[in-house]
Every structure is written in C-alpha cells, then in structure tokens.
Ligand binder design. Structure first.
Ligand SMILES: [Zn+2]
Length: 81
C-alpha cells in the first residue's frame, strides 16, 4: 500500500475546527487537545504543499463563519467512520 503524502485538510470531530495536517505524521493533535489518528480520519482534501492546504483551511473556515456552509455539513463525514 503506497504511503499517502502531502498535507490534508481535516476537521476535528470534537470541536469541529478545520485544520491542515502533515500526512508524514501518523497523528494530529487539535488545539482543543483531541488527538486524531490520520489513517482513520476523514480527509476533506489533500494538497501537495502546506501552503495550499493552509489556504484551503482558511477558505473553509471563512465559509463556516459566514454561514455559507454549516458546521454540521463538515462534521457529517467524520461521524461515518
Ligand atoms: Zn478539536
């Protein structure tokens, strides 16, 4: 199985914060303290560079904050795993 590389956009299942995660690491700890196993976390998007991932995170946060996309919509896929 080829290793997944790059930078993923993920959502914390606990606090629903959107953040980027370096896929070269096995886990990502959210600012709320929730530790996520990246192999078991739904990846919302994957980018080759950290900059691209960070930009996507900002766009998703903006949409969430303006109500364009509800937080529930982002959390739904996370709850299926
Ligand atoms: Zn969190």
């Amino acid at each position: 199985m080829p290793e997944l590389t790059g930078f993923a956009v993920i959502g914390c299942s606990k606090c629903r914060r959107i953040m980027s995660a370096d896929l070269s690491y096995a886990t990502k700890t959210c600012q709320c303290g929730h530790k996520m196993d990246l192999s078991r976390t739904r990846l919302l998007a994957v980018f080759a560079s950290a900059d691209d991932a960070a930009q996507a995170v900002m766009q998703m946060q903006e949409r969430k904050n303006t109500g364009f996309t509800s937080a529930a919509e982002y959390s739904r896929p996370l709850n299926t795993e």
